[in-house]
Every structure is written in C-alpha cells, then in structure tokens.
Design a protein around this ligand. Sequence first.
Ligand SMILES: NC(=O)c1ccc[n+]([C@@H]2O[C@H](COP(=O)([O-])OP(=O)(O)OC[C@H]3O[C@@H](n4cnc5c(N)ncnc54)[C@H](O)[C@@H]3O)[C@@H](O)[C@H]2O)c1
Ligand SMILES: [Zn+2]
Length: 676
Amino acid sequence: MSTDSISLRISELVSLLNTYNYQYYVLDNPSIPDAEYDRVFRELQALEAEYPHLLSPQSPTQKVGGVALNKFDQVTHEVPMLSLDNAMTEDEFVAFHKRINDRLKTNQDFEFCCEPKLDGLAVSILYENGKLVRAATRGDGAVGENITENVKTIKSIPLSLIGDNFPERVEIRGEVFMLLDGFLAFNQQAIENGTKPMVNPRNGAAGSLRQLDSKISAARPLAFYAYGLGVVSDEFELAESHYDRLQQVKSFGLPVCPEITVAQGIDDVLDFYKNVSEKRASLNYEIDGTVLKVNDIDLQDELGFVARAPRWAIAYKFPAQEELTVLNDVEFQVGRTGAITPVAKVQPVFVGGVTVSNATLHNAEEIERLGIMIGDTVIIRRAGDVIPQIVSVVLDKRPDDAKIIEFPTTCPVCDSQVEKPEGEAVTRCTAGLFCGAQRKEAIKHFASRKAFDVDGLGDKIVEQLVDEQLIQSPADLFVLTEQQISNLERMGPKSAQNLVQALQDSKSTTLPKFLYSLGIREVGESTALNLANHYQTLENIKNADYDSLITVSDVGGIVANHILAFFKESHNLDVIAQLIEHGVHWPIIEKKQESELPLLGLTYVLTGSLNEMGRTEAKNALVSLGAKVAGSVSAKTHFLIAGEKSGSKLTKAQDLGVPVLTEDDMLALFKQHGVN
Ligand SMILES: NC(=O)c1ccc[n+]([C@@H]2O[C@H](COP(=O)([O-])OP(=O)(O)OC[C@H]3O[C@@H](n4cnc5c(N)ncnc54)[C@H](O)[C@@H]3O)[C@@H](O)[C@H]2O)c1
Ligand SMILES: [Zn+2]
C-alpha cells in the first residue's frame, strides 16, 4: 500500500470512529455492536503503530471517548478519568502481563485485583465531610457532566457516608449500570405501549442518567458499584493495595461488587476469568469481561499511564455477544400448535461463543418493529443459551435491492389458511387436524382422556404412528390394522388387538367430547359443552356465525373467531367427514327448556379440593344446569363453592360478601336437580 492510500484509510477510520463515538457517547444510541467498534479501533491502532508519522494527537486512539454535553454544567476532573486498554484473547492478556513484567524488571508473579467489567458508565462521586456534594460523568476524561441530582436518586448510592473513619474529601469512582430484571420489564412495557425500547442495558443506563429531569432517572432501575478512587484528602491514610482500598470504600458505605478477588499470578487470573464467565448468565447485571489491575499501589505508580489508559490495568473481555451480520432470507416455520414463526437466515457469524446462522424474528409485529428487510446488515445477539435474536438494523448499510419480508397468507407446511386474530401477535395455521406440523399434537389431544379417551394410545405410540407415516390425521386411526400396530416398538399382537378394540369402542362418543377432541383453539371442555347444549348438532355449530356464537355462554369474540376459522378451513371439514364415515357417532342432544336450566343467569366459582367429584365434573354439572362457571371471584359472582384448602378466592369472596357453599351444599344442589 502506498503512503497515500494508508493515510486515506487512516482518515476513513478516524471519521468512522468519530461517528460511532458520537452515536454512543452523545446520543446513547450506537448503530453497531461493540465488537465492530473494537475491530475498527484496532485497525487504526495497528496502522498508527506501523506508521507513527501518521499518528495525530487528535486520533480517537489517543483520547478518552466521550464529550460533556452543554446541556449539563461541566465538571473538571481533578484527576483525569481514563479508559482501559483491552485484551480479547488469553494470548493478549499474557502479552500484557509480560509487558508489565519487563517494565518493572521483576520476574516475580505479582498480585492482581480481579474485577468483573461492569457494562454501564463511569461516574465520579465527590463526598465532602461525609456528604455527597457532586457527581459527574467521565465525559472526555478531563471534563465531565454534572449529574449530581440524577445520581442522588440511585438507591445504592448513600447521600451520607457511614461511620466516622472517612476522608474529609473523597472522590469515589465506579460504574452506574442497569439491573437486568428492570431492563427487561422496562422494554416489555415499552413494546406494549408502542414506545421505543432501550437497545441494551448499557445504553439504557447512560440514557437514564444523562437526563435533565432527575425524576426520569429516579424511575429507572439503576445501581452502582465502586471500583476506585479519585482525589482523597492527604491526611487520610489509604491502604497500600487496590483491593484493600476497595474494602475501605466499602466501609464508607458504598457498594463494591462482591465478585472482586485478589489473584496471584497468571493462572489464578485465568481461573477468575473462567469463573466469572460461567457466572455471567446468572448475574442481574451485564458484564462484558474482567478488569485486571496490578494490586500493589506502589507498582501501579511505577507503571504509570499512557495517553488514554493506565499501564497497570487491562480489560480482558469476553467474546462478543453482539455481532454484525447480513440477513440473507427469512423462513417461516410452523410450530406444533400451528404458530408460524419467522426465522432469520443470516450469514454465519461467530457470536456468543458459537457460529450462528439462524435467529428468531418472533412474529410479524417484531418484523415491523425492527423495520427489517432481506439484505439488511443487522446486529445479532446471542447471550448464554438464549436463542439468537436480531437486535436492530444498521440502516446506513441497507443495500438498494433490499427486499420487503412478506408474511405468508397460507401455511408453509400444509397450504391451509392462516389467521392472525386482532390484538394477537401470533399468526397461526388454521388446519389443526390436517397440518403436518401440528399432526402429532392434534392426534395426541384427540386420543387424550378427556377427548376420545382411547385406552392404550399414549403419546409415544402416536409419535411412532406419525413417524412411520401410518396416520396423518385422527381419522386414519380408525383404519389401522392389528398387523400395522403390532409392528411398532413395544407392541405385541395382544396389545395391538386391544388397541384396535379400544378405537372401535371410542367411536361411540358425545357431541361435547367430539367438539373438544377437534382441538379448536381455546375451546376447552366446558366451552364444548356449552356449544353442544346451545346448538344440539354439529351442523348447527358449523353454520353458526359470529353474532350467534358470542351469545353462547363462555364464548367471547376471540373464541368465536377461532371457531369460525377452524370450520372455514376445508381440510378440517374433510377430516371431520372422514371421522363420521369411519363410524364415529354420538346421541342427539335434546334441547333443554329454560325451565330445565334452574341455574340460568347464576355465576359460580369453584375453589379448593373436592372429595366426591373432580373439579371438571363439578363444573360440567353446574354448566348443564345453566350456570356460568368463572375462574375468579368478582362482584359478579353469585356463589363460591369452597372445597378443602381454599385460599385467596375464599378470602376475596368473604371480603366481597359473596355467599360461600361447601361441597356438601353443592352435592345437595345437584341432587335436588337430579344430577348425580
Ligand atoms: N458500539 C459503538 O458504536 C461504540 C462506540 C464507542 C465505544 N464503544 C464501546 O466502548 C468501548 C470504549 O469505551 P471506554 O473508553 O469506556 O472503555 P471500556 O469500556 O473498554 O473501559 C473503560 C471503562 O470500563 C468501565 N469499567 C467497568 N468495570 C470496571 C472496573 N471494575 N474497573 C474499572 N473500570 C471499569 C469504566 O466505565 C471505564 O471507564 C469500546 O471498546 C466499545 O466496546 C462502542
Ligand atoms: Zn398448516
């Protein structure tokens, strides 16, 4: 490369880093992952090292990134707040260790204070006579922003130091970070409210702290750990090691990260790194590596500083959890309950310790929220064992031929209609009985105890039958031969004969059971019973429209739409027709007169355990008498039936003055109306 092209590349890199720094430090809204930033940074560092005459003192490699915004008062740091050099690999850490060993001309193994690298932002907090008087951000290292009022709202930071053994004037430095549970809750709420979620906890913390209105900071889940000192009054006697100084800071009343330990030599440090990386997923805050500091303060002083970082410390980072990649395509997978999930097919990339080529896009709303298109450069995240996610799109890198992602209008597995009920995020295939993706679940449900109750047809057998392609829908069960069944694993001629007999026997059923067996979404046993009582025949139910369906007890708008979608799908109707053709039948239901529904208009709630009958049985009996059975007690509840060990529902009923019946009262009621 000619010097010209090198200096051109250097100025390109400088301008890129300046842009990234601006997005990260000023806007608290980075457009690329840290790993990409670090690569660009290192490329620049390497070029500057090779061509020192091209190194400018204005280069981002010579400065602490960040600026103090004018909207805040400025604070000049009495001792500059620096950054840290970093090591990405064990070799780089070992090289760092050798460098300081050479510099100190020792060959001994000195101590390191080993700390997690907290992923938040550095803050300086000044106490005078034990009172918090000022807090500031790092800014450009020399001048930071006065954020005293915001810092005062952080619960783990004391407004007054404790005890009486602290310096008259002391500046504590540490990291403000966001607690993960609070971060997740905040983002979930933001998505529900249609407001902008935080990109990650680090930027969430920075954005929350750099607010003019301290009420906003106060409402965010921020916390603080101290990891160092700035100015300290001369008279105060500080300990001689970094670790002991942190213990002093702790005795002043400031929190210090409990994971911090002292290690002797390289091997112990590497153990610490390994232990913390294993613990990482279980911590309630994000860390992106370890910070390893020469423990002895005299040695620290001997080593001193370079332009932007101390020589006596290094950030040994974990492999990146966020990386850049390209979205090549989107595939749509159908889950076992019919949910259609878009899966991002990305350019394979090493992230979170493994090579990733797929990431979930969740649903249509997520695609819209991200504004993502095929061909986009995206930030992908893989943390711990969590399925890789697409975090955001790098809009600057969108190619001209980027393609819109089309959500399928029919099921990619069985080509049936899909539905996406209003207000729901999930799109589903409506062919519950027919769809290949849903086959196993649909047939297991069909054969289950409360449905067709086929003796000997457990989940394992259903799976084998489907895997062997002996059945494709519940209707195929009834044409299975003993021969076919006896060839299955753990099945002999005798059990095959029994199973065929059990299938024959199950053909005689009831309309509520039949309806329930179909596995229509959200049509449980009691809804099926209500539908059967209301319409008497399957034909009537198939022909019912929305307005009619919602008049049925227990059926709301959502359930009505599921029922309509189910019977609109011709594949489902085919399976039903086959079932009937194979001899499935049920007795005609006599329409009950209103006089035969003595509990019409009454709402019951069941709680606690019953001795004489199951809860479902009791519920069905109540429904057959016209009652509505609700899941929770409210002012609209007429009676609570409380079995043994009743808990909060009983208390609530008593509070609301809802009459409470015992199991015996209930049995008496059933007896009175001829139900047993
Ligand atoms: N994505 C982007 O666009 C973008 C832009 C700029 C910077 N960055 C990221 O920020 C990094 C540079 O930021 P930086 O200069 O703050 O350096 P740094 O974050 O790599 O290291 C210095 C900082 O570490 C923090 N820290 C956490 N735990 C600590 C501990 N126990 N002891 C001491 N310090 C601790 C302090 O805040 C300190 O200021 C880059 O490497 C990159 O990862 C990303
Ligand atoms: Zn399907």
